[in-house]
Each structure stands twice: as C-alpha cells, then as structure tokens.
Design a protein around this ligand. Structure first.
Ligand SMILES: *Cc1c(COP(=O)(O)O)cnc(C)c1O
Length: 408
C-alpha cells in the first residue's frame, strides 16, 4: 500500500471560477435578459415547449430566462448539483420544495432549530394543508430515526444551524432519510463553499442568496439545487411549484447576484478570518462565545469530516450574555462605536448583530429556546469584512465595558 496521499482535491472556489459566460457582444459579463416573454419563429416549438424544455428555447420569465439560467447554472456548480432554479427569496425556495415533495397527510421531520421563517412555515402554515412536522434535534441521529413515520417525505435541516451554529452529521441524516424513502433537504445558507451537502448525500440543497452569496444586503433571493429530475418536475408547466407558485427570481437581480457570487470565496475567507480573531479574543477574555473554529465547539468532529478546511470557519458567531440587559447594552454600544449595525440578516460586508431569541427565532417556542441555549442573552453576529481588526477589537472591548462586562 502506498503511503502517498492523493493530489489535493480541486479548491471549492474553482467550481465557480470555471463558469465562464460572456455577453451577447462579447461583454465580460453575461447579457441581461430583458423580456417577460419570448418570440417563437416556429409554431411547432411553441406547442412542444409546454411538454418539456427545449435546449436554447425560452418560454416565459415566470419560469426561467437566460439570466436566471446563468445564475442557476453557476449555483448548481457551487453545490456540485446537476441543476438549479433561482427564486425571489430563500423562503420561496424552501416553500416550493416542501410543497413539491409533500401532499395531504405527509410528514416532515425537521431540526427544531432552523431559520425562524422556515420554522413558522412548517409549524403554522403547512398544517393548513394537512402537512405536519415533527421537530427533533438533528445532532441526535437516534431521535431523528425515531421521529420517522411511513408518511415522512422529507428530512429537513440546516448544515450550520441558525442561530446556534450546530452542524448535524449529514451523512447519517441522508442514511436515515433514504432508508425510509424520504429526501434530505439541506439549507446551506450559513456555510456556502465550506459545506457541500451533496457529498454527504443531500438530495436538495437550498440557499438564501440574500446572505453570504450575494453579500451586499441589497436584495432577497434564493436557490434550489437538485437533480435534473427534481428541477424538471418543479419547472413543469402544468404541475410544477416553480411555475405555478410564481417564485422565480427577476432577471436584473439574477444578473447582479451572479457578479457578486464570483467574489464569494474571497469574502468568505475574510469573514472567517475576522470572526476567528474576535472569537479567540473573546474566548481568551472568558466570554461565552460559540464559533466553529474554537476548540470547545460542540460539533468539532462532524465539522472536521464535512467542512473544506481551505474555506475557514465562516462568518457567524454567537455570544451568550446570559441575560437580556448586558446583551442589549452591548449591541447598542457596538452600533454607537460604528463596529456594526443592529440588524437581522447576515453575510453583509459590515458586521450585523441581533438578539435571535426575541427577533429572528422568536417563532420557536420558549421551552425549546430554553433547552437549546437560545436564551434572552444570546447575540448572533455576522462578522464583517473590516480591514483593521485591532480597531474593531478595541471597539468590542469598549462596548463590553459599557455592557458591564469586565475586560482587560
Ligand atoms: C435568511 C434565511 C432564510 C430565508 O431567506 P430569505 O432570503 O430571507 O427568504 C432561510 N434560511 C436561512 C438559514 C436564512 O438565514
């Protein structure tokens, strides 16, 4: 047996670098498609496209057009998926996929800690259509397995959960889902390029493009990446959710997100570098900080198996102040110091922070919040692209003092 390890696998960033699309007149960027509808020179083709896609032919922009296709293809490459469909928000992607896989009496098994909007959709909206959800802790595979019923169609989780940054073992999740004939749907919004859930067996990967992938906090958008068959069914002119619910992204936004996607690897590394700096210094100062790059991160071993070590640990971090008072004082002081903005959302070039327990995750019942660590003193950070981290750290220290937290 040779002791040589194989060549280094291709860098995840190269997946999008190789995606080279020119404009109609040789522009370095793809042309922007400016039409809701498309002319046909041939009546036969117009009739045929209602029965399935025809290469090079477009029908109507509620389904797709050249600009949404360019972005969708790049995102399929990003996730190593054969196909993708881009949507007008992350929630549009999530809702379309779940409605597609489920029908009356279907059961979804979902991680109990997911994005607040997803949680509310599963808990409050889908039961109206006879679709129920059993919430479990996806870091406990036995609990997940026990929750399955013969009616379970989907196992749903986030690769890095919002806001507590837990990382379920996706290979085990896929094993459980597939053994029961269900699909594993993974929301990879918090960790693009770091995780590639297809490799562990995810059937569908979703993103809110609103966050790191676009990175500019100037629009909302989403993507569904999956097999050709799933995307074809979703796009079916007479029965597909992506045609009939009207979730598709606009072409102007698709074009602007496409350009921002290509700086994602550089941005993500800087977000990760800055977050690691802050997390280490906060931890050294005895503050309760959670970050995947710290030695006390609870899902260390799953992270090592699933994450690409060349992409860092991401831009998300939490601090638990234990109670609301100091957390609020800290956030307001940070904003006063211009170290970031009190705002929901993430992946922006400036640092954003918010108290998830009373905002983005307030849909999650108080008892679940209490038992999972989603307490009133929790602050979620999306660390920005600051160049001078010494200056940022000084501002963090000043803000900690203003919150009554002793720090040297
Ligand atoms: C923001 C977010 C969503 C929803 O995306 P929108 O673009 O706001 O609709 C879904 N999942 C996660 C993990 C998110 O952070």
């Amino acid at each position: 047996m040779s002791s040589r390890t194989g060549p280094e696998p291709p860098h995840p960033a190269s997946r999008i670098e190789d995606d080279l699309v020119f404009g109609e007149f040789g522009e370095v960027n793809p042309s922007i498609s400016d039409g809701s509808t498309f002319t046909f020179l041939d009546l036969e083709k117009l009739k045929a496209i209602f029965h399935g896609p025809i290469p090079g032919c477009h029908l109507y922009s509620r389904l797709e057009n050249p600009s949404t296709q360019v972005l969708a293809s790049a995102l399929a490459l990003l996730e190593e998926m054969p196909a993708a469909h881009v949507t007008a928000s992350g929630m549009a992607a999530i809702a379309s996929v779940l409605l597609h896989f489920c029908s009356q009496n279907s059961v979804i098994v979902s991680d109990r800690l997911v994005y607040g909007g997803t949680y509310a959709f599963l808990r409050n909206f889908l039961p109206r259509f006879g679709i129920t959800t059993r919430f479990v802790d996806c870091t406990d595979p036995d609990q997940v397995r026990r929750a399955f019923t013969p009616e379970t169609r989907v196992l749903y989780c986030e690769s890095l959960s919002n806001p507590l940054l837990r990382a379920p073992d996706l290979q085990r999740m896929a094993g459980i889902a597939h053994a029961a004939g269900a699909r594993l749907v993974v929301d990879n919004t918090f960790a693009p390029l770091i995780f590639t859930p297809r490799r562990q067996g995810a059937d569908v990967v979703i993103h809110s493009l609103t966050k790191f992938i676009n990175g500019m906090s100037d629009c909302v958008a989403g993507v569904i990446a999956a097999d050709e068959a799933v995307i074809r069914e979703l796009s079916d002119a007479s029965a597909g959710a992506c045609m009939l619910l009207g979730p598709t992204l606009d072409s102007l936004r698709a074009a602007s997100i496409y350009k921002n996607l290509h700086t994602l690897p550089v941005r993500l590394l800087q977000h990760g570098k800055n977050a690691l700096t802050l997390a280490q210094r906060l931890a050294d100062a005895g503050i309760r900080v959670r970050y995947p790059g710290l030695p006390d991160y609870p899902d260390q071993s799953v992270w090592k198996r699933q994450a690409d070590p060349r992409m860092g640990y991401g831009g998300m971090m939490t601090i638990d102040f234990g109670e609301e008072g100091p957390a609020e004082k800290f956030m307001l002081a940070l904003q006063e110091q211009r170290a970031g903005l009190l705002a929901v959302s993430l992946g922006y070039y400036r640092t954003l922070f918010s108290p998830p327990g009373s905002s983005t995750s307030s849909e999650i019942p108080a008892e679940d919040r209490a038992t999972t660590g989603l307490g009133p003193g929790l602050v979620r950070f999306s660390v920005g692209l600051d160049f001078d981290m010494e200056r940022t750290w000084e501002r963090f220290k000043t803000s900690l003092r203003k919150a009554g937290v002793p720090i040297s």
